[in-house]
Design a protein around this ligand. Structure first.
Ligand SMILES: [Zn+2]
Length: 368
């Protein structure tokens, strides 16, 4: 009897979509923004998940809030990776690292130099504070630090976190920057980091399912397309980011199935004009990242197109049924403020036209 009761409790406490999530290599866009503060887009960060493995790549402004909105606990993170040490990518590393340390689980921290120096400096600066907090549970920094491994990567390394194989390669940016590839079974996701055209990226991303790419050159609504210069006309010291010609060329060379643009410094993207430019080189699926977007977008294990997500418009929310699946914890077919996540939560009052404290399908369809 007890055995059945435990089984029932386990079944009840595990949402069906979470089981589907964990069965696949998944990327959650924690932040799709840039250094420019934007309430709709947190700073750059992507969570890679597979079963109970959690790898966080970059930690820009707003990462903690969106991890919370995604129901991801910092103590459950197994690895923290940096693409590079520009402030918009590592702004929330210090609090996340200290919380991971206090959480007591094993965590590995890797990225280009000076990753190890940065960790050392944080530990030196906050030593007394960390020791004080650890002392409450009878621990100290000397023993807690044994759960942390720190590595400077040069690019070219390959290693595992849980069952996830991670490979990295250097790409061109204003400082040393790494792109990462994540592989499990036959599923693969690549994160480009910030970059200009880099010969190394298509090699790393060859035949990947998803390439999460620097969105440089994306056209803003109402703006005219800037002329794309041919790749190799500019060196990394002249420019920090790709243009659409370069990003689409790298995606085409790599023959990736899905190209996801991220790292936007505005909200209103002219998706049609941007797509027209990308289509000159690349014929796969194009997606525009938004905060808390999960890739693959649609999990349907019974169909053969599980890896071909629906194209979404980043300026409108996903379908109402997708939102319910993700947020409606009490299954009342509407979303309360406590259930709402991300943009829906921050815009809740504006969307809740009749002020009844719930968002219904009609209210969510209204575009602001
Ligand atoms: Zn950068």
């Amino acid at each position: 009897m007890t055995r059945y009761l435990i089984l029932i409790l386990i079944c009840l406490s595990t949402p069906i979509f979470a089981q589907q999530d964990s069965a696949h290599l998944t990327a959650t866009i924690i932040g799709s923004g840039s250094p420019k503060f934007n309430t709709e887009r947190s700073g750059p960060s992507v969570l890679i998940s597979y079963q109970d493995t959690r790898i966080l790549v970059d930690m820009g402004n707003g990462t903690q809030a969106n991890l919370n909105a995604n129901n991801t606990k910092i103590k459950d993170l197994d690895a923290l990776l940096f693409t590079h040490h520009h402030l918009d990518h590592n702004e929330e590393f210090t609090p996340i690292f200290i919380q991971a340390l206090l959480g007591g689980s094993d965590v590995s921290i890797s990225g280009p130099a000076p990753t190890t120096t940065m960790v050392h400096n944080i530990l030196t600066t906050y030593k007394d504070d960390i020791n004080y907090r650890l002392s409450k549970s009878g621990r100290n920094l000397k023993t807690a630090i044994k759960h942390v491994t720190t590595t400077n990567l040069k690019g070219g390394e390959s290693f595992y976190v849980g069952d996830v194989k991670i490979t990295c390669t250097p790409v061109h940016h204003t400082i040393t920057t790494l792109a990462y590839r994540f592989d499990v079974n036959n599923e693969s996701i690549v994160i480009s980091g910030d970059l200009t055209y880099s010969e190394t990226l298509p090699i790393l991303a060859k035949n990947a399912d998803y390439l999460i790419m620097d969105s440089g050159g994306t056209i803003k609504m109402g703006a005219k397309a800037r002329p794309n210069k041919k790749p190799n006309n500019n060196t990394a010291t002249e420019r920090a980011h790709v243009n659409l010609s370069e990003s689409s060329q790298m995606a085409a060379e790599a023959q990736v199935k899905n190209l996801i643009l991220t790292h936007f410094n505005f909200t209103d993207i002219d998706e049609e004009a941007t797509e027209t430019e990308i289509r000159k080189n690349y014929s796969g699926t194009i997606l525009f990242a938004s905060d808390l977007m999960k890739i693959p977008l649609t999990e349907n294990t019974s169909t053969t197109n599980a890896k071909t997500p629906q194209k979404v418009n980043s300026n409108t929310p996903p379908s109402f049924s997708q939102l319910l699946e993700n947020m409606d914890t009490n299954n009342d077919q509407k979303i309360s403020k406590t259930e709402a996540k991300g943009r829906l939560k921050s815009n809740f009052e504006t969307r809740d036209k009749n002020n009844d404290g719930f968002l219904t399908e009609d209210e969510i369809k209204i575009k602001h």
